[in-house]
Design a protein around this ligand. Sequence first.
Ligand SMILES: [Zn+2]
Length: 442
Amino acid sequence: MRTLVRNGTVYLEDRTTVTDVLVDNGLFADIGKIDYAIDGCEVIDATGLHVLPGLIDIHTHLDDTIGKYRLADTWASGSEIALRNGITTLCGFITQRPGASLAAAVDAALSMADGHSHCDYAFHLTPVSFEKGDWAYVERLLSDGFRTFKLYTTYREAGLFLDYRNLRGAMERIREMGMPVLVHCEDDALLSRAKALTAGTVTPYGHALSRPMEAEIEAVKRVMEIAVKTKCRTHVVHVSTAEGARLIAQARPDLAVTCETCPQYLFLNEDKYKETDGHSYICSPPLRSEKNRAEMWKLTHEETFDAYVTDHCAFSKSDKDADRSDYSKVPKGLPGIGALVPLMHELHNEPAVLARRLALNPAKIAGLYPRKGSIRKGADADLVIMGTQGAEREIRTSLSVVYEPYQGKTTGLEVRRVLLRGETIVEDGLLIEGKRFAGKRA
Ligand SMILES: [Zn+2]
């Protein structure tokens, strides 16, 4: 089974060039002008089109229960909107529940994705008890292909909170295993203080007041200090403050530290909370001030953000509306998967940046590189062929929710074809029926 992609503008790790890409048996077999005869080969003419590695969103929440609500998107619906926008791999989370084993969480998460995802997938692990036996199990998981951990500096009620001393202990252990850690940075003490100070403000804007920027900035500072001490490779998730992002960038010459941000912190601001349906924008970290948003936007043009992710966490409209009169009871999260690629294209208008921040870097952070994230010989032939001058279409974050955080926004980006491990899975923006549920654990 061979496919030859002819004459596209191909985004390689180190350069962009108009050339051919040969796919053989699910892998990239050759890159360069291919003038030799190939038998039984499907030829795709990519003249005038952009050829990128399959894109990757390393931060999504699918098929899970958060608080009392079930998420609106399953692996099937989440991976469908992903593929239709050129995303071939999604990463989710496996979170140990208080009083239950990590093994139970692993089994539950895998059963949700295996055979149900159209695109490839991987998981970050959150163990919450750090007893001796748990680490032995964690090491077994690593030999079974799990590659990343996610730890939290807050969320006491959910049992996720680690104080800085325990975080340091966990990061020491993770570094000994040679693994990286993803960290949610919001200082728990500062959050508690802000919550107490703003108690009584139940409007959606109260959500922004209850999770101030200082909480993120303080936790970033502390986590950078721990990263220095432990030498653990550290990735900061959903950075929402320009100051936090700068602190991470400044730590970089000495540290293997990376960070991500999300479209909501670049395209939306906290004024949304004052609109009629302001509660539907409640997510954590919250949307920030316009001043911060504009500074974040500026930083996207520097080497500050390594990756763009969605933190896709979609709740049905009825769940979002159920307790809308009190922000603290509204489930927190925004849908985003379907908007990621169009919005980042709008921001940069430069496919090379997408190839780096939506494929290469995320693959490295999630431990998927060099098998994914790059058009290189021997890698999985995950490929997107796209045009940028298509008919304008509405941006849609999810197939499951009826409210759109980016309502009214359109894109001329057209995904002509997506290959997943060498097989065409999307044609002209739509999933091919016969290729449903083709996803595998990456
Ligand atoms: Zn998240």
